[in-house]
Design a protein around this ligand. Structure first.
Ligand SMILES: NC(=O)C1=CN([C@@H]2O[C@H](COP(=O)(O)OP(=O)(O)OC[C@H]3O[C@@H](n4cnc5c(N)ncnc54)[C@H](O)[C@@H]3O)[C@@H](O)[C@H]2O)C=CC1
Ligand SMILES: [Mg+2]
Ligand SMILES: [Mg+2]
Ligand SMILES: [Mg+2]
Ligand SMILES: [Zn+2]
Length: 454
C-alpha cells in the first residue's frame, strides 16, 4: 500500500472514530454501510468506535455499532473493554446493555425465523414443470393433441376465467380449462404463442381422468393479441377475459394463481421480445416456449449461454424496516397507491448487488434511513410482468426520514399498535394495508404475529 493510500485510510478511520465520539449516528451508520471493515478499526491507544461511543455516553451509536456486528470484547491498550469504559464513566445503561448478551442486537429486534418455508399467494406449484420434456418435440406434440390435455387461454395477457353464479358476491375465479378442439382454431393463427406449463402433480388431482399414454395430464397456455372469443368454444356462462389484472388476479384460487404467474410471465416475455435483442433479427420459439432462438446465422446470441434467449425474471427486494426500538416499522406510499395505503418499501435489485445491499440502498435512497442487519423471510413471484419479490426484515440504524419525492410520496414510522389497528380495524385505522395476497401484507403480519401477545 502506498503512503497516499495509507493516509487516506487513516483519515477515514479517524473521521469515523470522531463521529462515534461525538455521537453522530447518521454519519456513523452511513460510513458503516459503505465500509463495514471500519467496525474493526481502532485509533490512538487502541480505542475502537464502540469504546469511544461508550466513553461519551452515546447509547444509540453503541446500539447501531453492535447491530452491525461490532465485536464488543476487543480491549484497548490499557486492557479495557467498551463495557469497562462505560462503567468507569458512569454510563450505567450502556454498561448494562454491553454486559447483556446482546438482547437488543439482531435477535432482539428481528422476529425469530424458524427456517420453515413461508408460502405466499402466487407461490404454490400446482404443476410439475417437467423441464426435461421441453426439448422432446414428439412428446410435446402428442400431448398437444391428447384429449386430456388442458389449455388455458390469454388475450393480451389477460386469462380467460370462469366463476360460479352462487359465488358471484365474492367471486373466487377459476381458470377456464379448454380442451384441444376448443382452441384448435386459435392455435393455428400465426400470432398465437403456445407454451408448455407442465403436468399435473398426481397427488393434486385424484379425480382427474388419467391419460392413456403415460398417465400425465399436460397443461399448455396460449396468448393472442387478436380477440379469440369467436373461435373459442365456450360452454358456460359467467366466463370472460380478466381485464385489468391487478388487483383482479388476486381473486384467483391459490392453486391456479401459481399457474397464472408462470404462464403470464413467460407469455409477457414473448410479447415484448419478439425480435432478437442482440441483432434485431427474427427468432423462433423453442423448448416448449422457454427459449427464443435467433434465426440470423452467426448471431452472438447463438454462442454459449446467452440470457437474452430465456424468459426474464426481475428480482425485487421488498422490506419491512424495523425501528431499533423493535416497536415501530417504516412504511411508505407511492403517488399511484389508492388513498390511505402504506406499504413496505421496495426496489429492483441492480446488477452485481446482493439482496442485503439492495435492501440498504433502496431504503436509504427512498427514505434516508440507514439499515444494518437484513434477514430474508419469504418471496413471491409477481406477474406484473415477471418480478420475484424477495421479502426481508431489516433493522434501521438511523431513524430520521428524508423522502425521495421522485420515488415515493410519504414514508413514516408506524407503531405496532397502529399496524395492528390497520390489520383488524379497517376504516377506523390511521392507514390501510395492501391486500392480504401481497407480500407486503404478509411481512407486516409476520412481524406482528411473531412478536405480539395477540
Ligand atoms: N413499492 C411497493 O410498496 C411495492 C412494489 N411492488 C412492486 O415492486 C416493483 C419494484 O418496486 P419499485 O418501488 O417500483 O422499484 P424501484 O424503487 O427500484 O423504482 C422503480 C424504478 O426503477 C427503475 N428500474 C430499474 N430496474 C427496473 C426493472 N427491471 N424493471 C422496471 N423498472 C426498473 C425504473 O426507472 C423504475 O421506474 C414494482 O414492479 C412494484 O409493482 C410490489 C409491492 C409493493
Ligand atoms: Mg427505489
Ligand atoms: Mg421503490
Ligand atoms: Mg431502484
Ligand atoms: Zn440475433
Amino acid at each position: 500500500m502506498t503512503s497516499v493510500q495509507m493516509s487516506a485510510k487513516d483519515e477515514m478511520v479517524e473521521q469515523f472514530l470522531d463521529y462515534a465520539s461525538r455521537g453522530d449516528l447518521a454519519k456513523v451508520s452511513t460510513m458503516i454501510s459503505h465500509y463495514s471493515q471500519l467496525l474493526k478499526e481502532s485509533g490512538r491507544q487502541g480505542w475502537t468506535a464502540l469504546m469511544l461511543a461508550a466513553r461519551h455516553g452515546h447509547f444509540d451509536v453503541v446500539k447501531a455499532l453492535l447491530l452491525n456486528g461490532c465485536n464488543k470484547d476487543l480491549v484497548n491498550k490499557s486492557g479495557q473493554t467498551a463495557h469497562d469504559i462505560a462503567k468507569f464513566w458512569g454510563h450505567r445503561h450502556i454498561a448494562r446493555f454491553l454486559s447483556s448478551s446482546g438482547d437488543v442486537t439482531l435477535q432482539g429486534v428481528l422476529p425469530s425465523n424458524k427456517s420453515r418455508e413461508n408460502e405466499t399467494f402466487f407461490s404454490r406449484e400446482y404443476l410439475n414443470r417437467m423441464s426435461d420434456k421441453r426439448t422432446d418435440l414428439e412428446w410435446l406434440s402428442a400431448k398437444q393433441s391428447s384429449p386430456e390435455t388442458v389449455f388455458i387461454v390469454f388475450y393480451n395477457l389477460d386469462p380467460f376465467v370462469t366463476t360460479e353464479p352462487e359465488e358471484m358476491k365474492q367471486p373466487k375465479l377459476k381458470l377456464y380449462r379448454f380442451g384441444k378442439d376448443s382452441v384448435k382454431e386459435v392455435i393455428e393463427k400465426s400470432d398465437t404463442v403456445v407454451i408448455f406449463l407442465g403436468v399435473e402433480k398426481q397427488e393434486c388431482s385424484p379425480s382427474s381422468p388419467v391419460s392413456k399414454e403415460d398417465g400425465l395430464i399436460a397443461w399448455f397456455a396460449l396468448n393472442t393479441n387478436n380477440n379469440p372469443t369467436e373461435s373459442l368454444k365456450v360452454t358456460t356462462s359467467n366466463s370472460f377475459f380478466l381485464t385489468r389484472p391487478m388487483p383482479r388476479l388476486l381473486m384467483l384460487n391459490e392453486d391456479e394463481a401459481g399457474i397464472v404467474v408462470q404462464a403470464r410471465s413467460v407469455l409477457a416475455w414473448h410479447s415484448r421480445y419478439s425480435f432478437c435483442p442482440t441483432c434485431g433479427g427474427e427468432t423462433k420459439v423453442d423448448e416448449g416456449g422457454y427459449k427464443r432462438t435467433c434465426l440470423t446465422e452467426g448471431c452472438r446470441s447463438l454462442q454459449g449461454i446467452d440470457n437474452t434467449c430465456y424468459p426474464r425474471v426481475d428480482p425485487v427486494v421488498i422490506m419491512l424496516v424495523l425501528h431499533p426500538d423493535g416497536n415501530q416499522c417504516l412504511l411508505g406510499r407511492k403517488k399511484t397507491f389508492p388513498p390511505g395505503i402504506f406499504s413496505c418499501l421496495a426496489g429492483f435489485i441492480e446488477p452485481g448487488e446482493t439482496i442485503e445491499n439492495a435492501v440498504r440502498r433502496e431504503v436509504l435512497e427512498e427514505s434516508g434511513v440507514a439499515v444494518g442487519p437484513v434477514q430474508y423471510v419469504s418471496c413471491q413471484p409477481w406477474p406484473m410482468p415477471s418480478s420475484l419479490m424477495i421479502g426481508c426484515f431489516a433493522v434501521a440504524v438511523s431513524t430520521d426520514i428524508k423522502v425521495d419525492e421522485n420515488e415515493i410520496e410519504d414514508a413514516r414510522w408506524f407503531t405496532r399498535q397502529e399496524v395492528i389497528d390497520a390489520l383488524v380495524k379497517g376504516n377506523q385505522a390511521v392507514f390501510f394495508m395492501p391486500p392480504k395476497q401481497a407480500i407486503a401484507h404478509y411481512l407486516v403480519k409476520h412481524w406482528i404475529g411473531i412478536n405480539s401477545n395477540l
